[in-house]
Every structure is written in C-alpha cells, then in structure tokens.
Design a binder for this molecule. Structure first.
Ligand code: KG4
Ligand code: ZN
Length: 341
C-alpha cells in the first residue's frame, strides 16, 4: 500500500509517500518533502506559533504537490493519509489535519491519526543502508526540542511509557543555552560543532536525577548553571564558548545514556531506538555505540538517517502504517495535548 504522510506539528511543513507491504518488516521511502520556516525563527531566537502556522498555510499545498508529483493517478494510487494530530502547536496542527481531512473527503480515502512522538520512534522502521531488523522488546529514547521520553515497545501497538522530562526537553536545553551564548536558534547543531573543538570538561555541570530510580529527566537546571558561568565573565571568547558547549553536551548525554541503559537492563531489551532532533547529534551516537560495546549487552542499536531524526512526514506515514487504525475524515481532529496513553 502507499501512504501519504503529512506533518505540521511545529515549524516544518512536510509531506511524504511511503510504500509498505502487509507483514513487511520495514517500509520503503518514496518521497519526503520538507519546507521549514526555521530561517524566520532564527532571527527571533525561537518559534513564534503565529508565524509558523501562516507559513504552513502557504506551503502545505505546494509541499504535497511536490511529494506526489511522480504518481500518475494519486487518487487511485494512495491508499490512506497519515497525519500528525498532536502533540504540537494548535495553529500548526490544524493546517495539516484540515488539509488531510479535505484530501480524504475529496479522494474518499481513510485517515490514520498519528501521534508525533510515535513518528519519531517509527523513523527507525524506514529502510536504509542498515539492513538489520528491529527486534522486540525495544526501548525507544525520544530526544527532541519539545520532548524527552523513554518508552518500552513490547510489540507494535503495545507501548508503555517509562518516564520523561519533568521540565525542559533535551533539545530545549540546547536551545536555551544557545540563547544565553548568543547562538542562533535552533542551537543544537551548532553546539555540537563547537563542542568538537575541545575535549576537556572544565565545568562538570549538574546531572539532575542521576541517582533517582525512575526514568525521569530534568534539564532546566542546566541553563541556570550555564548562565551562572557566563555571568562570571565579561565577554566569552571562542575557546570558552566551546568549553561550555562541550560540558553541556556531556551533562545531557551522561544522563540520557545512564537512564536508557537502566531501562534496557530492566526490560531485557533486544533493540534500542533513538529518535528526535537531538538524535542527529553524532557525538551522542558515538557515545551510545561505545557504551553498548563496553556493557557487552546484546542490544541492537538503531538511529534513523540524520534527515529523518528531525521533524518529517515520512516518519508519520511509517508510524501510521504499523499502528494503523483507519478512520473517516469526520472522526479526526487535532489534539495539541496528545501524549502517550
Ligand atoms: O525533532 P525536532 O526536529 O523537533 C521537535 O519535535 O521538537 O527537534 C528539534 C530539536 C531542537 O531543539 C534542536 O536544537 C535539536 O533538535 N537538534 C540537535 C541537533 N540537531 C537538532 N541537538 C543536538 N545536536 C544536534 N546535532
Ligand atoms: Zn518532533
């Protein structure tokens, strides 16, 4: 079957086509078109919901048109439309959901309502150079700008939320620190680059909830710790900025790895899946790989291709395929507060 995916939960407008066979272990990516209003938000230091939604209204139809341009008869060839219904910004979600409902009505197709967070997890089921199959039970770590969650997946459609952040998400910690350091939004990719310029952690920022026995995270204290260091200095030079970036990454990644490994051991996970924008960070990837080698745990480690870590519609279409409940367009609505059940 062919699924058209639509994603507009934050600042991206994305449409994708995936091809999937019943009983297939992974799906094939046909197209994945992404238009971002990030450049506009870089100037303001964060996302302005009103601006994001206005841009999405402009881009949604051209993006869909581009994604389906190689289909001769889209109306006949597309079997279902998967759309992000939440969580996210209400104005942005509405653009995608109402567009999906309109196409579903006009083409007489079912809709699959997709939770954006499952989308980040399911980006791992898109075919890539990695030919290995994902085995259950799996532990998924979602690390994005809005979320940090640890999830146990017993099998498709059987998921247990283990814990998450009590305040800022991991990506948010990168972005807020970036603002303190005067870096453009979103700061994650630049902090990764700057951190590569040093390898000494002279700050040893706090690792909150390190010893708690749960799977919760807390990152809001990090920006305060960074602010305290920055305020001590009149002006930061390049070396000092790199050292702060390195220390920040170290603190965030230490906690992510420690809690994730505790979950892997507790639930005897056979696979570990990363997802979300922060998973695009190559240092995090290397740290997990090293940790798995050292731990001697027989866990298969998966990270989506870099461009599939950040928001995109291919992951939404894929989550839709594996968790599909086909709905009538009348029964689908946006839910900005949607979370794990
Ligand atoms: O998944 P995503 O595109 O959007 C949300 O659903 O939130 O994630 C965006 C987040 C931003 O906070 C951004 O700073 C962070 O992912 N990010 C990174 C990197 N690339 C993106 N953080 C650390 N290192 C990166 N290379
Ligand atoms: Zn996301």
């Amino acid at each position: 079957m062919i699924i058209l995916g639509i994603e507009t939960s934050c600042d991206e407008t994305s449409a994708s086509l995936i091809k999937a066979e019943k009983g297939g272990k992974k799906v094939e990516l046909l197209t994945n078109v992404i238009s971002s209003s990030l450049d506009l938000h870089a100037k303001t230091g964060g996302i302005i919901p009103e601006i994001a939604a206005r841009e999405q209204v402009k881009f949604i139809l051209p993006v869909i048109k581009n994604a389906i341009k190689n289909l001769k008869k889209p109306k006949e060839e597309i079997d279902a439309i998967a759309v992000t219904v939440g969580p996210g910004l209400i104005g942005s979600l509405l653009v995608g959901v109402e567009t999906a409902r309109t196409f579903a009505y006009a083409w007489d197709k079912p809709i699959i309502a997709v939770n954006h967070l499952f989308g980040h997890i399911y980006a791992n089921w898109i075919k890539s150079d990695d030919k290995r199959d994902i085995e259950f039970p799996a532990i998924a770590l979602i690390v994005s700008g809005g979320h940090t969650d640890l999830v146990l997946i017993k099998k498709h459609k059987e998921t247990i939320w283990l814990g998450g952040t009590r305040d800022d998400a991991a990506g948010e910690a990168f972005d807020k620190t970036g603002r303190i350091l005067g870096l453009p939004y979103p700061a994650g990719p630049l902090i990764e680059k700057l951190a590569e310029k040093t390898d000494v952690d002279i700050y040893n920022f706090p690792r909150p909830l390190h010893d708690s026995k749960d799977f919760d995270f807390s990152f809001s204290g990090l920006k305060t710790a960074v602010l305290r260091e920055v305020e001590k200095k009149k002006k930061l030079n390049e070396k000092e900025i790199s050292q702060i970036c390195f220390a920040l990454q170290n603190a965030i990644f230490d906690i992510l790895i420690q809690k994730t490994f505790a979950a892997i051991e507790k639930y005897h996970a056979k696979s570990l899946l990363l997802g979300g924008g922060v998973a695009a960070n190559q240092t995090l990837k290397k740290k997990f790989e090293t940790e798995i080698l050292n731990s001697k745990l027989a866990v298969k480690f998966f990270i989506p291709d870099k461009k599939l870590c950040t928001d995109n519609a291919a992951m939404i279409a894929t989550a839709g395929f594996f968790n599909h409940e086909l709905k009538n367009w009348k029964d689908v609505s946006a839910n900005p507060e949607l979370y794990f059940d």
